[in-house]
Design a binder for this molecule. Sequence first.
Ligand code: SAH
Ligand code: DHB
Ligand code: MG
Length: 226
Amino acid sequence: MPLDQWTQVDRYFADLFAPADPVLTTVLESSRAAGLPAINVSPNQGKLLLLLARLLNARNILEIGTLAGYSTIWLARGLAPGGRVVTLEVDPQCAEIAQKNFVHAGLAETIELRLGPALDTLPKLAAEGHGPFDLVFIDADKPSNPAYWEWALQLTRPGSLIVADNVVRDGAVVDAQSVDPKVQGTRRMLELMAADPRVSATALQTVGIKGYDGFAIALVTKGKQF
Ligand code: SAH
Ligand code: DHB
Ligand code: MG
């Protein structure tokens, strides 16, 4: 059973590199207690987000899709001193739980949660002069991925990184005829990423605690050489 083996290896790596701590444990418990779906990133994926943030010396991170704030806290822990995360969430129950988790994590001043549909909040952020963000993590409703991709490009600069979650979906992504709007939204985003001369991008499959899925990663270049 490869999935079982992959899960065991993922647990082994997580115990080594991303061990649970009281804050993250509380986030997952609050999520479970509220009946939220267990679709947060895995510990090792969270650690990867932290490392990417550190590599970028990120001072300004945007996340689309908060849930209970698990990935948000990993991202915040990767910030350079004085940095901030803006995270967007449409569901008031998620937002309330996440906000409590940020307070409990001592990150209430570091993380700004904006409640509302991200496609309403993103133009407001732009109008308010937010950005450019050093890192954008796209992880909300998948049918909107093409629109989130365009906003992520609007709100970044050369050298920024855009990461999108759940681009594999148990392999469903290869089905061009899929009637699943999540698959179609993700495929369209991947095609936009691949064709856009303003970025250099790739996608990675992941297996483990969260099953079989993956990340797409795009470095914003906008004509610059890196
Ligand atoms: N990033 C989180 C998981 C996010 S799950 C983590 O890894 O811990 C996806 C989240 O996107 C859910 O909380 C869902 O309510 C939110 N979402 C769905 N549609 C949205 C929209 N239109 N605008 C903002 N958030 C949305
Ligand atoms: C789904 C969303 C996620 O962000 C995730 O990590 C896994 C699944 C979903 O909408 O099915
Ligand atoms: Mg996700």
